[in-house]
Every structure is written in C-alpha cells, then in structure tokens.
Write a protein that binds this ligand. Structure first.
Ligand SMILES: Nc1ncnc2c1ncn2[C@@H]1O[C@H](COP(=O)(O)OP(=O)(O)OP(=O)(O)O)[C@@H](O)[C@H]1O
Ligand SMILES: [Mg+2]
Length: 214
C-alpha cells in the first residue's frame, strides 16, 4: 500500500504533471489508486473536473497538515496513494513527507532547480530522523534534447547532492503532457505508444521497484 508524494517547494516543476500521469499508469494496470491533492491551488481537482469520461482514480483535496496522522486510514483501501504536493506551504509539505513511503522530487534542468532543491532535501532529512525507512529520489523532468544544460544536469545534480538518488528515467519536454492535461487526461490514455507514455511507464516501474524492494 505504498504512499508516494510528488513534492518540491519550487513551483511549476511538474509535480501535478508527474503525479497525475504516474497515478494513471498504475490505475490503467488495474490497480486501486487514489490521488490526494494536497495543494491549496487544487490543480489536480480542476484537472479531474475537466475530464468528461470515467475517472481513472478518485481525486480528493486534502491540503492539510494532518495528512501524516490520517494516512494509515486513508491509504488502507488502496494499492497506491499519490500525494500531489503544494509549493511553499511548509507545514503541509512536512506532513505529506511524514505520510509517505517515497518522495519523488521533480527537478527541471536549470541551476535554479538545483539551488532550490536544498529546501526539500533538508525537510526529508529531518523527517528521516523520525521515519528512517522513508525514501526519496530526484526525477529529472522537462529535459530537452540538444541543450548543454539538459545534457550536464544529471551530473550537476549529483555533484550538488552526492547522497541523493536520481531516477534513471528522465522525462522529456513533451507536448503530449500539456495537451492531455488540458482535457483532464493523461499520456497513457491519449498517446499510449508515444515517448511521453514510455517515459512515465519507465518511471512508474522504478517507483514500483523502489517501494517494493527493501
Ligand atoms: N515533461 C513536461 N513536458 C512539457 N510540459 C510539462 C512537462 N512537465 C510539466 N509541464 C508543464 O509545466 C507546467 C507546470 O507543470 P505542473 O503544473 O505539473 O507543475 P507543478 O510543480 O505542479 O506546479 P505548482 O507548483 O504550481 O503546483 C504545466 O503547464 C505543465 O503542462
Ligand atoms: Mg501542481
């Protein structure tokens, strides 16, 4: 019953994009998934309301600092719980970290993202004192082919955070994410054979591996 939070204090890094698309991978494999929108902006709730067809998974809005306390009860009926985190709301982010088994930290290939990632890694390190089994990893998102910063980003990130794992899968800058989300959908639904879906499926496989092995 893993709980996976997609968090970063920095805004606009792809938290909602990765969380909705990852949740869709597990749900479309027939697994019971719930999605907790812990962002007071309620982007994922808006996304889900845009959808015309059947929802792939329930989306509930809980932008509260009581998530960690309530999570055992909330997560029990589901095989996967995804938490879409807020930017900047520290107490909710802390609670989401404490509620989770794994924190996925989206980062975009930019020096700003490296500098700002220290905030979330510090919060995680603090949480690990109380919850030693808590795992986390950076997920490189919006990588564009052919730019030097994209090419060197992984190396720069690992120099800045030598102790921190980085998912092998890097998600590209892909219009499929933008187009599908505008319709309340995900890339595994709109372009199941496309690059974006392939990347999200690989990232989901890494998450499965990380949450089920040790
Ligand atoms: N891999 C990608 N390829 C193309 N566009 C992307 C990708 N990831 C995110 N985006 C776009 O970037 C913008 C920000 O993404 P998103 O809303 O997922 O970020 P966020 O971290 O949830 O933002 P906030 O901090 O406001 O909650 C959106 O317009 C989204 O469509
Ligand atoms: Mg968001």
């Amino acid at each position: 019953m893993p709980v996976v939070a997609v968090l970063n204090q920095k805004g606009g890094v792809g938290k909602t994009t990765l969380a909705t698309n990852l949740a869709a991978v597990f749900a479309s494999a027939g697994e019971r998934v719930q999605y907790i929108d812990a962002d007071p902006q309620a982007t994922a709730l808006d996304w889900s309301a845009t959808r015309t067809g059947e929802p792939l998974f329930p989306v509930v809005g809980i932008p509260k600092n009581t998530l960690h306390r309530d999570m055992p009860t909330l997560a029990a009926p589901y095989q996967w719980t995804f938490i879409d985190g807020p930017p900047l709301v520290f107490d909710v982010a802390k609670s989401a970290i404490m509620a989770s088994d794994l924190v996925v930290i989206p980062v975009q290939p930019s020096a700003f993202d490296i500098w700002s990632a220290k905030k979330i890694t510090d919060l995680i390190a603090e949480a690990q004192m109380y919850k030693p089994g808590l795992k986390y990893a950076f997920a490189v998102n919006r990588k564009s082919a052919g730019t030097a910063i994209s090419r060197d980003f992984r190396q720069s990130l690992s120099v800045a955070f030598p102790e921190s794992p980085i998912f092998l899968t890097e998600v590209g800058q892909r219009v499929a994410f933008v187009e599908s989300s505008a319709r309340g959908l995900t890339v595994v639904e709109t372009e199941p054979k496309g690059q974006a879906a392939r990347e999200i499926q690989k990232l989901a496989a890494e998450i499965r591996e990380m949450t089920t092995n040790g």
